[in-house]
Ligand binder design. Structure first.
Ligand SMILES: *[C@@H]1O[C@H](CO)[C@@H](O)[C@H](O)[C@H]1NC(C)=O
Ligand SMILES: *[C@@H]1O[C@H](CO)[C@@H](O)[C@H](O)[C@H]1NC(C)=O
Length: 339
């Protein structure tokens, strides 16, 4: 019961900002709280109607879709560690309590660290390389105020990138990505020149996963010479773009693993009825904690989409294997930002 209250409170608070214009409009009249609650209820009702009507069961993907392979659970956990490390690696040294000392991440060298805290939609993270595994790793962190961007439901998609006709992405996610993208790309390009046989792994949790996804499209469209090097591993990422964006990315020849932990609320937003669609391939830790590879349909009905809204929750957003330790440790220091 308590869990459901938390979910409901989180969904309501997530949606409340979207009600702001309604609140402004009604400022001369009725109580603001009433307007916010009505707008929130209307949005939730619209998505529920969409789900009940079978909207989320339809096959969205553009065939043929290249995202169908599998990797070991250890690989999912390993890049989870890199995603989690972005919460604790705050300068040019590879230092954090657990994730940086694990056998599979030890010896990573940080080449660039960014923090655009002063911008409206900030971005944080690092570019690093690891010689024994021949990898260049770019890891984007979630936001400082954990769920702030979830509230950005007022952000409708904007057209991007220019080279893919009809493709649209969430404006806030694109702004966050763009606030640091130039220096990140410059560093990646230098590393590629220095280590031509290394792969480029893009990773991130939450908003960080959204930025890694945008980076994958940005690099794939503007650096075709990197296509054979790219890999995308995200954790608890929200929906980033429209079906055209998701379909285009899912057809790329490089591997994509979009991991979702059980009932994590974040991958459920922004809602599909607002025009957003997930990329494939989803890797779902099902209710028993078993990894399931969901194949070519970004919105496979037997993955996380099989859960009902009452099963969505915020705590699962912080429980990704491999990722969680640094994240929870960081969250304790930022307790006020937990919804
Ligand atoms: C799938 O990947 C292969 C290379 O692995 C590529 O040749 C093919 O064009 C890709 N398919 C699509 C639909 O992009
Ligand atoms: C959905 O996922 C299952 C595996 O869990 C797979 O067998 C099925 O082909 C997938 N459907 C699509 C449309 O990709």
């Amino acid at each position: 019961m308590l869990k459901y209250s938390i979910i409901f409170a989180a969904v309501l608070s997530s949606l409340s900002v979207s009600a702001a214009p309604v609140q402004e409009r009604s400022s001369s009249g009725g109580p603001a709280l009433f307007s916010e609650a009505s707008a929130a209820a209307a949005l939730l009702a619209a998505q529920t109607a969409y789900i009940v009507g079978g909207g989320d069961k339809k096959v969205w993907s553009y065939a043929p879709n290249n995202q169908t392979g599998t990797v070991s659970a250890d690989t999912i956990v390993k890049y989870g560690r890199y995603s989690g490390a972005a919460y604790k690696v705050l300068d040019m040294t590879w230092t954090c309590s657990i994730n940086c000392k694990a056998a599979d991440t030890k010896g990573t060298v940080v080449d660039y660290h960014w923090d655009t805290a002063k911008t409206t939609n900030p971005s944080f993270g690092f570019v690093a390389h690891k010689d024994d595994t021949k990898e260049i790793i770019v890891s984007w962190r979630g936001t400082t105020i954990l769920m702030d961007w979830v509230k950005d439901l007022t952000y409708f998609p904007v057209s991007w990138p220019p080279s893919i006709a009809g493709s649209q992405v969430h404006r806030g996610f694109l702004q966050a990505y763009s606030s640091a993208s130039a220096h990140i790309e410059e560093t990646v390009a230098k590393l590629v020149a220095k280590y031509p046989d290394y792969s480029i792994v893009l990773t991130g949790h939450s908003l960080g996963g959204a930025q890694a996804t945008i980076a994958a499209v940005d690099y794939a469209t503007r650096h075709p010479e990197w296509l054979s090097k790219l890999k995308l591993f995200t954790y608890g990422q929200p929906r980033v773009g429209n079906p055209k964006f998701a379909g285009w990315l899912s057809q790329q020849p490089f591997p994509i693993y979009r991991t979702v932990y059980k009932g994590d609320l974040v991958p459920r937003v922004p809602f599909q009825f607002m025009g957003f669609q997930h990329i494939s391939q989803e890797v779902w830790y099902n209710e028993n904690g078993r990894l399931k590879f969901m194949g070519s349909n970004g919105e496979n009905a037997s993955g996380q989409n099989s859960l009902l809204p009452l099963q969505w929750n915020v705590p699962d957003h912080l429980r990704y294997p491999g990722l969680s330790f640094e994240l929870l440790y960081w969250a304790i220091g930022n307790i006020e930002s937990i919804p």
